[in-house]
Design a protein. Structure first.
Ligand code: ADP
Ligand code: MG
Length: 280
């Protein structure tokens, strides 16, 4: 199973004064079960790119293949695709609308033809996976905290049992604790059910801890596709395009310069701490 993007181009408002070339000749393939980060500055094309994954946007040029099938082909079921590729928008809690948490999460499965009982079971299962406690199921989504609302919104997509979970800036607007909780929850999910996760972020710190592969976008072009450790070796190049390596890469470098014999490729706080412990 895979999601394959070939020479994808997307232009907003083509041929008008508002024309904006958002994605340029981007190609890559994501296998089932992978964990991939997509990073880039605001306006680099991240959100535009991922909306092609489930056919919400149609490529201006290029192809999207799911399981080897071109999703733009006549007769291709986008409904089916959207069941397999679940997309969680940025600030998804703004789309909560049902009177209770459980009804909101059950909406997707019901919409896909599940009967009432099945829909409820899927909703409960999804809420359990995102760590929403049972006493909240019958509350209004509007009574919940920011972090809880976001979990409910993610559960709404998980309830459709997708094979790919695409999260557009899932930590935006959360405090550091809320951010870690959401990312840990997503990492656990992946371990438990083997779902592929695509994490869109502008935070290098987040992707340095949670993904195995990193796609870097700059002005709509894919400039890196490699494990984070490799991408972060290019700190200077990243800085030239307005990004940077995670703080810990710089911290480890400073420690090396101060005489600590740390390896060259440490990228997060846990790794730096482990290596320092070995030295002390
Ligand atoms: P990111 O998610 O990385 O911030 P976007 O995909 O939202 O980037 O935007 C990529 C480019 O496309 C930007 O130049 C942005 O201004 C433009 N763009 C995004 N959405 C629209 C839209 N609905 N209409 C016109 N231009 C858009
Ligand atoms: Mg965006």
């Amino acid at each position: 199973m895979s999601l394959k993007i070939e020479k994808l181009n997307y232009i907003y408002n083509a041929g008008t004064v508002l024309e904006s070339y958002a994605v340029k000749d981007v190609s890559f393939e994501i296998q089932k079960g992978e964990s991939v980060g997509i990073i880039g500055r605001t306006g680099s094309g991240k959100s535009t790119l991922i909306q092609h994954f489930n056919g919400l946007l149609k490529a201006t040029r290029g192809t999207v293949l799911f399981d080897g099938k071109n999703i733009a082909e006549k007769g291709y079921s986008l409904k089916n695709l959207r069941k397999k590729v679940g997309l969680v928008f940025q600030y998804p809690e703004y789309q909560l609308f049902e009177e209770t948490v459980i009804k909101d999460v059950a909406f997707g499965p019901r919409n896909q033809g599940a009967d009432e009982q099945q829909a409820m079971l899927k909703a409960q299962n999804a809420l359990r996976m995102t760590g929403v406690s049972e006493e909240l199921y019958n509350k209004s989504p509007f009574e919940l905290s920011g972090g809880q609302k976001r979990r409910v919104a993610i559960a709404g997509v998980l309830a459709m049992e997708p094979e790919y979970l695409i999260l557009d800036e899932p930590t935006a607007g959360l405090d550091p604790r809320g951010r870690d909780e959401i990312l840990n929850m997503v990492a656990e999910l992946r371990e438990r059910i083997g779902i592929a996760v695509v994490l869109v972020s502008h935070s290098m710190e987040d992707v340095a801890r949670y993904v195995d592969r990193l796609l870097v976008l700059h002005h709509g072009e894919l400039v890196y596709d490699a494990p984070p450790r490799e991408v972060f070796r290019h700190a200077e190049e990243l800085e030239k395009i307005g990004l940077s390596a995670p703080q810990m890469v710089y911290a480890a470098r400073a420690l090396r310069e101060a005489g600590y014999a740390l390896p060259e490729d440490l990228i997060n706080v846990d790794e730096v701490a482990d290596e320092l412990m070995k030295l002390l």
